[in-house]
Design a protein around this ligand. Structure first.
Ligand SMILES: [Zn+2]
Length: 342
């Protein structure tokens, strides 16, 4: 098969397009013919070596995949060749203490499609049969590819972890990102009022269109001051944060008493300072979260079918142009998800 892979760490120029070993499914696995794969920021960490692929190089990135099932997988219930599917990207053992508690995202042997095994920047990709769900006909392959990591993670963060309620105020960092564009919509769906940040003025409109009342350019405005002003000096109830560094540190200052900072990524840096005085004196919660469950993925798909959530897709590149697609994301030109189409 053809794939976009890398043999050494670095920038977009390290991605090669060419022949790659065909995936061979061991039961109970299936092979998916990839129809769309979304880029995700975790791909960039794998590529540049900040999060080297645990199985070594060469490696194929791509954790957000939709496609059709290839023949095979005989005897696996509910699996039919040609079926349209969406892939749940979390890989868990099903046997450790945390899996048995139903908390699979903190499995002792947790892994991601496209990180702990080759992913979807390819014509074919192999996944456990339990990780494929039917993709409803009303959802295109392109729309579906925006969901499995970005939208599901945002859903789990806002709904399950932060427990956002009607009337609360939520600050979403980076409205132009996949996770940010999803978090705004989900917080609105929960009945919250939303403020969002963007890195350039031309992304303001996107933030507003998604339902943010107040959109702030964090390069030219102080989002902490803006959050205080927007809430009448009270501070917001929840911040959805995935940037790290200064953004993480300052997000705490934007919170009001009993507020929740939910961290779901570290796109700029893995590190962030925490002013503990704010945490204890305001009784703040700092929560970490990753991905969500297959059941939650089903809920998200239902909301998509009903038109209550809309994946934000910037553009699609042919698979052979993967280096250009990655550079586009690294340059932060995207408004929403960027896709690869084999
Ligand atoms: Zn486990």
């Amino acid at each position: 098969m053809k794939a976009a892979y890398f043999k050494e760490h670095g920038g977009a120029d390290k991605i090669l397009f060419g022949d790659y070993r065909d995936p061979v499914a061991d039961a109970p696995e299936v092979v998916v013919r990839v129809r769309a794969c979304a880029l995700n920021h975790v791909d960039m960490l794998l590529l540049d070596g900040r999060f080297p692929p645990p199985e070594g190089l060469p490696h194929v990135n791509g954790c957000e995949v939709t496609g059709t099932l290839e023949p095979g997988g005989a005897g696996i219930k509910g699996v039919q060749a040609g079926q349209r599917v969406i892939v749940f990207p979390g890989l868990s053992c099903g046997q450790c203490e945390f899996c048995l508690r139903g908390e699979r995202t903190v499995c002792l042997r947790y892994g991601y499609l496209g990180a702990h095994r080759d992913g979807g920047y390819a014509e074919l990709c192999k996944v456990p049969a339990a990780n494929v769900l039917p993709l409803p006909d009303a959802i295109s392959f392109e729309q579906g590819a925006a969901v499995p990591l970005a939208m599901l993670t945002a859903w789990h963060a806002v709904v399950a972890q932060a427990g956002v309620r009607p009337g609360q105020t939520v600050l979403v960092q980076a409205a132009g990102s996949g996770v940010g564009s999803a978090a705004i919509q989900i917080a609105r769906l929960c009945g919250a009022r939303v403020m969002a940040t963007v890195g350039s003025d031309d992304k303001r409109e996107l933030g507003q269109a998604l339902g943010a009342e107040h959109v702030v350019n964090y390069r030219t405005q102080d989002f902490v001051e803006e959050a205080r002003r927007w809430t009448g000096k009270r501070g917001v109830d929840v911040v959805v944060e995935h940037i790290g560094g200064d953004t993480f540190e300052r997000s705490v200052y934007a919170l009001g008493r009993l507020g929740t900072l939910i961290t779901i990524g570290s796109h700029d840096t893995h590190w962030g300072r925490l002013d503990l005085r704010h945490v204890y004196s305001k009784n703040l919660r700092v929560l970490g979260t990753n991905l969500g469950s297959i059941v939650e993925l089903r809920h998200v798909l239902e909301h998509l079918v009903a038109g209550r959530l809309q994946p934000v897709i910037d553009r699609a590149f042919p698979l052979r142009d993967a280096p250009a697609a990655v550079q586009y994301l690294l340059d932060r030109k995207n408004r929403g998800k960027v896709l690869l189409i084999p």
